[in-house]
Design a binder for this molecule. Structure first.
Ligand code: GLU
Length: 375
């Protein structure tokens, strides 16, 4: 990566409602790094990762734009909102970039870096169970690689569903992380992971790598939950001939009880309350059921499903449940000022050194550096 190119960071949330404090901290550090280290040329992008078809992308799911704006976090490129956004490396919604991903998928297949695999979920589950029984780690056995060209053509002509898998290299992969140092994944540890799903949508791994490259992102600052994904991204970057961006993974934010603070904690609290109250149907609000019947059963039966922000609020009010404060909006409602929250978020992972604990955005921009981000 040339040190001459202007610094470009990106915040890449999936559209799932209000901004979680972890996401807010990531966005804040992306902005501070781009504007501080990057100087007048530095830019921050906002990209919406909405290729997960299960999550809705209606207006409520975009509530985080308002939260970013309230915090004073602006972006140079991305969806336009209250003076932020625009730019010419878009579209900035991944769902509008499917054609671009298709081109790179073709390229990977043509060059032998990726292949179509036609196993059904049942077949894969059976193989997984076999591996478990033999106390072996499961890894896709590359059976699809022995299909002939004719067999593949026949399967495709018969509309047999398939995924596209990336053929991971046989060598170890080392990624340098600005916060954590060198992280090496030994040869043979990665599976031939899926880069395109049966519905034709790219997976996160492919989309993120293509977008970071085409959008000229130089620094990827994101949560540590993505550290395990980084060797996959590095392998894809190598196969596609892209420069690797600089990586910096931020520590997880914890709840007071030591568990990982998650954007799903409010739904967890609500699901528990619903079960305790023995509710089998969505309670009635002013305009009928607070959640549609089908969404309700899917949500109640899932572990990680999330209701829309308005549904969450109504349901909590009806049940008299106090929701954990995990979103920027919860703090806003509790009366915190944006400056206070910015200060607090920054200290959850960075310190300016000395004993200074109170500062504002301009101080943060001036002093923020990845070297003082805590592991
Ligand atoms: N869409 C991902 C998330 O919300 C972002 C991953 C990344 O920054 O690469 O966690």
């Amino acid at each position: 990566m040339s040190t001459q190119s202007p610094i470009r960071t990106r915040f890449a949330p999936s559209p799932s409602g209000h901004l979680h404090v972890g996401g807010a901290r990531t966005a804040l550090f992306c902005l501070a790094y781009a504007k501080g280290r990057g100087g007048p040329q530095g830019q921050m992008l906002l990209r919406i990762e909405d290729t997960d078809q299960r999550r809705s992308s209606d207006a409520a799911s975009m509530a985080f734009l308002e939260d970013l704006h309230w915090l004073g976090i602006s972006w140079d490129e991305g969806p336009t909102f209250e003076g932020s956004g625009g730019g010419d490396t878009g579209p900035y919604f991944q769902s509008k970039r499917l054609q671009i991903y298709g081109e790179y998928l073709e390229k990977l297949i043509d060059q032998g870096h990726a292949y179509r695999a036609f196993e059904t979920p049942e077949e894969l589950n059976a193989k997984r169970a076999e591996a478990r029984a033999a106390k072996q780690p499961y890894r896709y056995d590359r059976a699809a690689l022995s299909l002939s060209k004719e067999q593949i053509e026949q399967l495709m002509a018969a509309n047999t569903p398939y995924v596209i898998r990336f053929k991971v290299p046989d060598n170890a992969i080392t990624v340098v992380d600005e916060v954590l140092g060198e992280v090496t994944t030994e040869a043979g540890q990665l599976d031939d992971f899926v880069i395109c799903k049966t519905d034709g949508f790219p997976t996160y791994h492919l989309a993120v790598v293509v977008d970071d490259a085409l959008m000229g992102v130089t620094h990827v600052i994101r949560g540590q939950e993505h550290l395990n994904n980084t060797p996959k991204h590095a392998a894809l970057q190598d196969a596609l001939g892209f420069d690797r961006p600089v990586y910096a993974h931020l520590s997880l934010i914890m709840n007071p009880d030591g568990s990982k603070m998650s954007k799903r904690d409010q739904d967890k609290t609500l699901r528990k309350a619903v079960k305790e109250a023995g509710l089998t149907e969505p309670p009635l609000g002013q305009d009928g059921p607070v959640v549609s019947l089908s969404d309700w059963s899917a949500w109640l039966g899932s572990k990680d499903g999330q209701l829309r922000p308005d549904e969450t609020e109504q349901l909590a009010a009806l049940l008299g449940v106090q929701l954990p404060e995990i979103n920027v909006n919860d703090f806003k409602r509790a009366g915190y000022l944006p400056e206070v929250l910015i200060n607090y978020l920054a200290l959850l992972g960075w310190s300016p050194g000395g004993d200074r604990e109170q500062f504002d955005m301009s101080f943060l921009v001036e002093h923020f550096d990845l070297k003082r981000v805590v592991k």
